[in-house]
Design a protein around this ligand. Sequence first.
Ligand code: CDP
Length: 240
Amino acid sequence: MEGNIKLMREDGLRLDGRSLNEMRPIKIQTGVVDRADGSAFIEWGANKIIVAVYVREAYPKHAQNIDRAIVKARYNMSGYSVEERKRPGPDRRTMEISKVVSEALSSAIVLEKLPRAEIDVFIQVLEADAGTRIASLTASSVAVADAGVPMRDLVVGCTAGKADGKIVLDLSKDEDNFGQADIPMAILPRTGKVVLLQLDGDVTEEEFNEATSMMMDAMPRISELQRNALMSKYSIEDGE
Ligand code: CDP
């Protein structure tokens, strides 16, 4: 990350015209993969991500937990989802994102209700434009709920960071690449429990607090989009 590229306009807005605490537009849809137990598609700014969830008995048998389910999220970027073609196959970043998403989802799922099960969460990034781990997690929790898996809450997340010395919400690609910090966070909204928190870059304690409070303010709006996505699917099916 470099700090010497201008990321703010003269009028105090960001390069894409957003104010400091403005999110990019988000759309969430469920039931997009017929053969999956649950699925979701999220558009978050220019990010486009599809998630398919399959629930089955864990195999081989020795990999099973006799008293609870295992959650395996696999984050995968399509080759042409980014400017410079992404080589296929897992790399360190992909493995890290799969791990943090699996752990965050595990905190929301009532694992004891599905002993011996494996919940596979396949995340396919079709287009990436910064903030994909949080968009993936936000969509995954909708897809897991869509699969009928018992959950304590819907994990919701967003990102804040520092660009041109200012704390901003929902980093754009330029702010992510050339800003001074990137802070993705996800919570269980009912209790406020933090289930993902990462920090890449440098911020003071005061800036960190400003970033987290900006994100906490934005979370309820994203939660509402998640709930609406689930409800609109069921209201359409009920009406058929
Ligand atoms: O996507 P997220 O912000 O969660 O993770 P990141 O590692 O901070 O990546 C930021 C952005 O860099 C991604 O969203 C992609 O747009 C881009 N990227 C890329 O262009 N090529 C890669 N191999 C990986 C990421």
